[in-house]
Design a protein around this ligand. Structure first.
Ligand code: BG6
Length: 493
């Protein structure tokens, strides 16, 4: 682990990601006492600004209640070891300057050990020159060096391979931490425990019991302002190929020999390799249009007119191994929908009929956000002088069950893992390679690379998504719960 004598360098310190995620997470870790003793944080970006302006920026997303005196004091302390230095991303002298600045900090350390953690909150266009300069000009010779990189890791299989091999010229796999922040979310980490620490779940975790699985991401806002970036990537690269596929791999992998990073990632890669590329007819694409006073995707000034970029996608994946053969895994994600929700929904098969008719299927739902929960839809006897079965649920809602616990932010968990040198929740190079293999053919089709690009179907801003969604899901055997369960309220007076 990087304990004492550590400098954390945030590159792209004036950008959105740093402001919204990286710095709040660093502060959160500091507040909880998880940053190394004597840590220093150096922000680096092209924008010229003084420390005061920099502090204002990086604290703009850190929320501290008015009466939280401890929080305010901690924030003042945090600012004292947080500095800024500006420079270019592609020239050696700027990085020499950065290195001198870091050395200035390190010269005050008691021992000779000097550890450096570089966090690249940068657009992909400068990943490679920055990684190279950091290695050439800013690499510590007396301690550990680590580099954290963020998606996008390329746009398809070929560009991903190019990016990986360029980064590898300078940084070893062991030093590299590729973030997929969904792997830092509490309920995603929980999947391994739910599956492998419970005989009751583990025993039903296969094609014999499970009919279909949906992994769903819904956001209630559009691309607002990020249209330029988004249009180049689309919802599949933004959400499905990384976040949802990662969830799928932990949900379906075999039991790892241990919780070590390589054992876990070996199993993830193995299951991903059993998934063939997605077929066009297993795909539903949508794009939101103006509704209820909200603008459509094409109304965004940063989006090219007539863009056919999907802002909604549902794709069905199949796993060809003995556990999962024939079970459809539907990954679906959309912007500008009716709610914010991310969940895994496992629908079990029909119970043997005969004594029951029209009875609901069991569903195990893992709600990743908001309000973390695991609940199992079950059938029970209608209470009272009645023998009919009704659907109800066993509900583990975290807020109710674990009242004293604050669930950490994904970025807090991941930065701490990187400081500790634990790769379990970071994406290994071969995982990325196989993830791109699954998605590259449909992405090229959508990009219009080998023929006319498909036109996404329109859906209104704020709706559930394309109206074709229900029949798309039904096609894979999903059955809606027969009757919505309501608690029978008696007239007791
Ligand atoms: C990012 C995507 O990776 O994840 C964004 O680029 C998306 O488009 C975000 O909004 C969602 O993350 P979270 O943690 O808010 O679910």
């Amino acid at each position: 682990a990087l304990k004492d004598n550590t400098v954390i360098v945030v590159l792209g310190a004036s950008g959105d990601l740093a402001k919204k995620k990286t710095y709040p997470a660093l502060f959160g870790l500091y507040r909880m006492g998880f940053l190394p003793r004597d840590v220093h944080i150096v922000g680096y970006a092209r924008t010229k600004m003084d420390d005061a302006e920099y502090h204002k920026r990086i604290t703009s997303y850190i929320k501290i209640a008015d009466d939280d005196e401890d929080g305010k004091a901690k924030l003042e302390e945090f600012k004292k070891f947080t500095f800024y230095i500006s420079g270019g991303y592609e020239d050696g002298p700027s990085f020499e300057n950065l290195n001198r600045f870091i050395e200035g900090i390190e010269s005050k350390y008691q021992s000779k050990e000097r550890n450096r953690l570089f966090y690249l909150a940068l657009p992909p266009s400068v990943f490679i020159p920055v990684a190279q300069h950091l290695k050439e000009q800013c690499y510590s010779k007396d301690g550990k060096n680590r580099i954290i990189v963020e998606k996008p890791f390329g746009k398809d299989l070929e560009s991903c391979r190019e990016l990986l091999s360029s980064l590898k010229q300078h940084w070893s796999e062991d030093e590299t931490f590729r973030i997929d922040h969904y792997l830092g979310k509490e309920m995603v980490k929980n999947i391994l425990v739910l599956r492998f620490a419970n005989v009751a779940f583990g025993a039903a975790w296969d094609k014999n019991s499970i009919s279909n699985v949906q992994i769903t991401f819904k956001e209630p806002f559009g691309t607002e302002g990020r249209g330029g970036y988004f249009d180049e990537f689309g919802i599949i690269r933004d959400i499905l190929q990384n976040h949802l596929l990662q969830v799928l791999s932990v949900l379906t992998m075999e039991r790892p020999v241990s919780f070590s990073a390589e054992d876990i990632r070996d199993e993830k890669v193995k299951v991903l390799r059993a998934i063939p590329p997605i077929e066009r007819n297993d795909t539903l694409l949508g794009q939101y249009v103006a509704a209820n006073g909200k603008p459509g995707y094409l109304d965004d000034d940063t989006v090219p007119p007539n863009s056919v970029c999907p802002t909604y996608a549902a794709t069905t994946l199949w796993i060809h191994n003995p556990r999962w053969e024939g079970v459809p895994f539907i990954l679906k994600a959309g912007k500008a929908l009716n709610e914010a929700k991310v969940e895994v929904r496992i629908q079990f098969k029909d119970v043997t009929q005969g004594i029951f008719k029209d009875i609901s299927r069991n569903e195990l739902v893992i709600r990743i956000q908001p309000s973390e929960a695991v609940y199992l839809k079950i059938n029970a006897k209608t209470p009272g002088l009645n023998t009919r079965a009704i659907p109800t649920e066993m509900d583990l809602t975290y807020k109710r069950r674990f009242t004293e616990i604050k669930i950490p932010e994904a970025y807090e968990a991941l930065i701490l893992d990187a400081l500790r040198g634990d790769h379990s929740n970071f994406v290994r190079d071969d995982e990325l390679d196989v993830a791109w293999k699954i998605f590259t053919p449909i992405l090229h089709w959508i990009d219009g690379k080998n023929g006319p690009a498909p036109k996404p179907v329109p859906y209104p801003y704020g709706s559930r998504g394309p109206k074709e969604l229900d029949s798309f899901i039904n096609k894979y055997g999903y059955k809606r719960t027969v009757a919505e369960y309501t608690w029978p309220i008696m007239n007791v007076s």
